[in-house]
Design a protein around this ligand. Structure first.
Ligand code: ADP
Ligand code: MG
Length: 249
């Protein structure tokens, strides 16, 4: 589904990714680990089309086609989703209004001839999803992420994922800052989306910790260091990494 080929990326002429190759098939869970500053967030931002980065070499294919010329919203409509490491607070728009707009845009893309989704239907769906993520109803009427705690912001990202039902969800340290219950709720939510989707959702999970991988078993674990994937393995590889660190790789 996603194929990254020999990707080289610079920011302000400084090379950050130095030849990344990665393939993710439908339904696969990939964990990406690695030290701070390795380029993990850069990789996620580049997949989504952040304009700040310059791709100097290589390509990113989604369902066999290069997506490098597409805008972020076009990539989103194709089925890519990124949960940010640091979700932004946006005043003036409520979480519910934001999600409704995103949902309608996606539905319009999927079914151009259908009338817009009715608000009451959307509200019903949102209420059920919020219950799954153990979010209080009042969050829907608050401004997007404003004053949300770190864990609440991560849940708000997961809610957006559940509304959009992407074919590939990229999560940048979604587990950081979550307490045990919130982590469980988020993982349950992800698995729910995987079950609800027609085609099994792929996941690229950036993480430092083994604990989320207990709930969400990875098929592949990779280490990104100095802008390159230096080693890959199965789920047991994550245990080793947590125990031994990245120094000796
Ligand atoms: P990670 O997510 O693995 O911790 P990042 O992708 O955030 O790493 O950063 C990789 C490198 O790119 C770091 O050296 C970082 O300082 C640099 N970098 C990231 N974003 C920017 C930016 N906007 N401007 C300049 N340098 C950046
Ligand atoms: Mg990062």
């Amino acid at each position: 589904m996603l194929e990254i080929k020999n990707l080289h990326v610079s920011i302000d002429d400084k090379p950050v990714l130095n030849g990344v190759d990665l393939k993710i098939n439908s339904g696969e869970v990939h964990a990406m680990m690695g030290p701070n500053g390795a380029g993990k967030s850069t990789l996620t931002n580049v997949i989504m089309g952040h304009p700040k980065y310059t791709i100097t070499q290589g390509d990113i294919l989604f369902n066999g086609k290069s997506i490098l010329d597409l805008e972020p919203h076009e990539r989103s409509l194709m089925g890519l989703f990124l949960a940010f490491q640091h979700p932004k607070e946006i005043g003036g728009i409520t979480l519910e209004e934001f999600l409704l707009a995103a949902y309608r845009a996606k539905q319009k893309h999927l079914h151009p001839d259908n009338p817009p989704v009715l608000v009451f239907r959307f509200k019903k769906m949102l209420k059920e999803l919020m219950e799954k993520f153990k979010m209080e109803k009042k969050f829907a009427s608050r401004y997007l992420n404003q004053g949300f705690s770190g864990g609440e912001k991560k849940k708000s990202e997961m809610l957006q994922m559940a509304v959009l039902k992407p074919s590939l969800a990229i999560m940048d340290e979604t587990d950081s800052g979550l307490d045990v219950d919130a982590l469980k709720a988020v993982c349950d939510g992800i698995q729910q989306v995987q079950r609800d989707s027609e085609k099994p959702m792929g996941v690229l999970m950036i993480t430092h910790y083994q604990r989320i991988l207990k709930h969400l078993e990875p098929d592949h674990v990779h280490v990104l260091k100095d802008g390159k994937i230096i080693q890959s393995g199965g789920k047991e590889f994550a245990h080793e990494l947590e125990k031994n660190g990245y120094e000796n790789l």
